[in-house]
Design a protein around this ligand. Structure first.
Ligand SMILES: Cc1cc2nc3c(=O)[nH]c(=O)nc-3n(C[C@H](O)[C@H](O)[C@H](O)COP(=O)(O)O)c2cc1C
Length: 157
């Protein structure tokens, strides 16, 4: 199984989750690469595509929220998942899964929901969606989230 994980991250938490998912997928026998959205190609030839992002203002990061993250010491790229998805015209027939990091609580929202919606609009086949909790804007990840991401990755094979 060949898989690609496309992410963006400001403080590194979503990236840590992506690598834990990748390790889980490898346990299940997958050949997998993690790539930043700013460097990601149009996906072709993958059995599974995973798309992950931090949650900003209850949805996907935008230029303005990345700017806010930078002001808090984060290191976002200038473009991310929203812009990468904007450039795609179709993912028909592509198996996909979405994930995000969230601080949790009732006003948390979830970037993974926004990603799922965008992937469905591109006619992808959504096989999973998951949110992983961070303890604050900069992290760290909540206890057990690396293990949960690892197990989720394995379950996707
Ligand atoms: C500008 C900004 C807006 C945010 N808005 C939300 C939000 O609406 N809901 C939420 O759960 N977390 C929010 N967060 C916290 C992020 O979820 C957290 O910074 C992120 O998960 C960390 O992931 P990263 O290390 O990959 O950037 C926000 C963070 C920033 C910087």
């Amino acid at each position: 199984m060949k898989a690609l994980i496309v992410i963006e991250t400001c403080f590194g938490n979503t990236e840590q989750i992506a690598h834990a998912i990748a390790d889980g997928l490898r346990t299940g026998g997958a050949d997998i690469e993690v790539i930043q959205a700013a460097d990601a190609p149009t996906p072709q030839g993958f059995d599974l595509l995973l798309v992950g992002s931090p949650t900003h203002s209850m949805g996907l990061p935008k230029a303005a929220t990345r700017h806010q993250a930078r002001a808090k010491g984060g290191h976002p790229n200038d473009t991310g998942i929203a812009e990468w998805l904007d450039a795609l015209t179709s993912l028909a027939g592509q198996r996909v899964a979405a994930f995000s990091t969230i601080t949790g609580g009732i006003f948390s929202g979830s970037a993974s929901k926004a990603i799922e919606k965008r992937l469905r609009k591109l006619n992808a086949t959504v096989v999973g969606r998951e949110d992983f909790t961070v303890r604050g804007t900069e992290g760290p990840l909540a206890d057990g989230e690396i293990e949960r991401a690892n197990n989720w990755g394995t379950s996707l094979t």
